[in-house]
Design a protein around this ligand. Sequence first.
Ligand code: SF4
Ligand code: SF4
Length: 260
Amino acid sequence: MQAQVEQWLKEGKVDIFIGYKKVDGHVMPHFFTKENIDEVKDLVAGQAHYSLEKVATKVAAEHPDMKIGILLARDCNQQALHVLYVWNQLNPNQIQTLEAFEASSDSEQPEVSAPYKQQMGLGKSMAPKDMEAFDHAERFSRWMYEFSKCLKCYGCRNICPVCFCKECSLEHKDLVRAGNLPPEIPIFHLVRAVHMAGRCIDCGLCEEACPSDIPLRLLYRKVDEIVQDVFDYETGTSPDQSPFSVLGEKVVLEPIPINE
Ligand code: SF4
Ligand code: SF4
C-alpha cells in the first residue's frame, strides 16, 4: 500500500493522497504529498472513524484540477464514492482509489443493550424485521424514547460521507426550531432519514458518532429497505446510476397516521 502511494506521488499520478495516519494513538485522516513523501511509511488503513470521501469532496471543491488519491479502507467506501459521483459532488476523473479493505464493521460482535434500553428503546444491533415485531404503537413509543435523547449535536450529519447539502434542512428555522432540546421529535430525525433515502450506504459512522446511543443505522436501514422495495433503487452500486428522487408522476404509497 505504502509503495503504491509513494510511486503515485513520485510519478505525479496523484497530487495528493488522502489516507490515515496514527497520531497520538488515534487513526486520523492525513494528506500525503510529494513534499512530505517520508510520511507515506506511516500510512495505515484500519480502525477508521472518519470519512475520507467527505474530506475528498472538500478538497475537490477548492481544487477542481487536483488529482486526488484516496484510500478505500472499508468495503462501503466505494459505494460512498459512487453516491458522490452521481450527485456531482466528485468527478470520477479526478479520483484514483487504492483498496486496502479491512474487516467490515458488520463482522463486529453485536452490541447488547442495557436493560432499560431493552425495555424502552431499540437496540443498535436490531434488524428492521426485529423492530417490526413490535406493533405500531410500541414501535412509535420506542423510537420516541430514542429520539428524546438527542442532543442536536449534528454529529450524525457532520460525519456522514454522503451528507453534502450547503443549506441543511436540519438548521432551517421553519422546520427545526432553534434553542430547543431535544430537537422537535420525531421531525428532526425523520427529515434526516428522508434525506438519506438513496444516499445512505450503511457505513455506520453516524451511529458510532452519536453520543446518545440512538440506533440511527436501524432507521436508515429501514429507509433503504423501502427505497429498494418500492423504488427498485440500490444505493451506491454504480457511478452511472441516476440520483435517487422520491418525486414521481403519481402517489404510490398509502399514507397512514404516524401513531396508528
Ligand atoms: S450510515 Fe449514517 S453516516 Fe453512513 S451513510 Fe448512512 S446516514 Fe451517513
Ligand atoms: S449524533 Fe445523535 S445526538 Fe447528535 S444530532 Fe445526531 S442523533 Fe442527535
